[in-house]
Design a protein around this ligand. Structure first.
Ligand code: BG6
Length: 487
């Protein structure tokens, strides 16, 4: 398999959760697959005063947890470890940046990636310090993890300050949902087949549902989460990105700007919700004590670090529309929440009813076709259609054409970060958000936040282990629709 060009990847926040659970395992796996060049180094940095050996011991422990036993061989481990350097740096005081400069010196002609897996409050400061130390070369890229701002103004401030140091095509804004295998398969499905495109429009589609449900609560992230809430944490980025991929026009090619231009048009076509419209078309929820998979769990307000009177939403459901010829009037329902009944992420396209049934009720009522694109927990696509049930009578029954990617390709689908990290190393921007997309997403989200704030009421409580507040089903019931919840 082809390797990338030689590189230095400087990983900030290397002892953090994301690095240990996702980024380092992803790099190890790509290394194992033969995709990293011999001259590819990972320079891990963190505030802690660790030496290289103790850092490696931490990775060893993390890999025990996050990799399968058969992925770990002595040869692969040795090769991976040989790539690692560790430098302690302090983003507040700039201590350690000289050490980092020493490690990077003489390699200015290599691709250089600065991956900022740290709180966004440090983004600008780190980039400025890198710049002051002369570490930002022509071949440098920076990778930013979300959240990119708290609102439009802060997103602009971050982008403009970082934009003064890195050009736009050197900035990789990660939305890990775009790296999920099924999301790319959705692009393949839509634009690699003739079958769907003619039906992919208001004349044939009744509604589209995008649902990301988690069983997890806020865990140890209460401080971050309570300032953020589900709308900013999931809808502003992941959910809107999925909506873009499902709704965009065919791009002229798979290149970064062609795809991102089309996504931007979708974001701009989103019907703006303001004032009363927000309250009518959105539902906010917050989990109370309940049970997940039979185990009792506490409510959000009892979580450590959450203020007892918090009004942060842990659940959002909403109805929106796109104002363009293809989609005018078609409801797009979005739903996401923590502590819900099941873990899953899916996009459901519900087609319209047949115009006239020739079968009559005695033969079994027809059900409209439904395409379910499942991202999690398993990855696949199901097309629900009507078929005749075996026997001497013309009895109709819904059946599903089932494409299970793991079965079809007999291969473990790569984790989103494997794909995205390789794209950064290869300089491919298609699956990263451009600055104007980010602004468009925040512009749409902001009035919703404002309307909630003005309303001044608390989110609706829901019991952990359910599908959220009853108002979420009621939102769809207004249009005779229901959330797709069967697996
Ligand atoms: C993150 C959110 O971006 O995505 C988390 O900050 C959320 O709150 C996570 O749990 C969900 O990602 P995944 O890949 O597990 O669905």
């Amino acid at each position: 398999m082809k390797t990338t060009n030689p590189f230095d990847l400087v990983l900030f926040g290397a002892t953090g959760d994301l690095a240990m659970s996702k980024l380092l395992p992803a790099l190890y796996r790509r290394d194992r697959a033969g995709q990293l060049p011999a001259d590819g180094r990972i320079i891990a940095t963190a505030r802690r005063a660790l030496d290289r050996e103790s850092f490696i011991a931490r990775i060893d422990a993390a890999f025990e947890q996050y990799l399968e036993a058969d992925e770990r061989t002595a040869a692969d481990w040795d090769r991976f470890v040989a790539r690692l350097e560790f430098v302690s740096v302090d983003a507040d005081t700039a201590a350690g940046f000289d050490d980092m400069a020493a490690v990077l010196r003489g390699r200015e002609d290599h691709n250089r990636v600065f991956y900022l897996a740290v709180a966004p409050a440090y983004f600008v400061g780190i980039c400025q310090t890198l710049n002051q130390h002369g570490l930002v070369t022509d071949r440098s890229r920076v990778v930013l993890e979300k959240p990119l701002g708290h609102d439009l103004e802060s997103a602009r401030a971050i982008s403009e300050q970082i934009g003064a140091i890195f050009t736009e095509d050197a900035i990789y804004r990660i939305d890990h949902y775009l790296g999920k295998e099924t999301v790319q398969n959705l692009i393949a499905l839509r634009f690699g087949n003739m079958l769907f495109e003619p039906l992919w429009r208001r004349e044939w589609v009744r509604d589209v549902q995008i649902s990301v449900s988690e069983q997890l609560g806020v865990g140890g992230r209460a401080d971050f989460y309570d300032r953020t809430g589900a709308l900013r944490d999931m809808v502003q980025n992941h959910m809107l990105q999925l909506l873009c991929i499902i709704a965009m026009e065919p791009p002229t090619d798979i290149g970064a700007d062609a795809v991102r231009d089309e996504k931007l048009k979708v974001l701009r076509a989103l019907k703006r919700l303001e004032g009363q419209d927000v309250l009518r078309n959105t539902v906010r929820g917050q989990y109370r004590a309940g049970a997940i998979a039979g185990q009792p769990v506490q409510g959000y307000l009892e979580e450590e670090g959450v203020p007892a009177d918090s009004r942060t939403e842990t659940f959002v459901a909403m109805r929106t529309e796109l104002q363009n010829w293809r989609w005018a009037g078609v409801p797009f329902y979005l739903r996401t929440g923590k502590r819900l009944q099941e873990r899953g992420a899916e996009i459901v396209v519900n087609f319209r009813d047949v115009p006239h049934s020739i079968f009559g009720v005695t033969y079994g009522a027809g059900q409209p076709n439904r395409l379910v694109i499942q991202l999690q927990p398993d990855e696949g696509v199901k097309l629900h259609m009507m078929a005749k049930s075996p026997g001497d009578r013309m009895q109709l029954r819904p059946v599903a054409l089932n494409l299970d990617f793991a079965e079809a390709f007999r291969q473990r689908p790569p984790d989103a970060y494997e794909r995205l990290l390789m794209d950064v190393l290869r300089g491919r921007l298609t699956l990263f958000m451009r600055r104007d997309e980010l602004y468009a997403a925040w512009s749409w989200i902001e009035p919703i936040l404002e309307a909630w704030n003005d309303a001044g009421d608390a989110p609706k409580p829901y019991t952990a282990g359910t599908w959220g507040p009853a108002a979420s089903s009621a939102l769809l019931a207004r249009e005779d629709a229901t959330w797709h919840e069967e697996r």
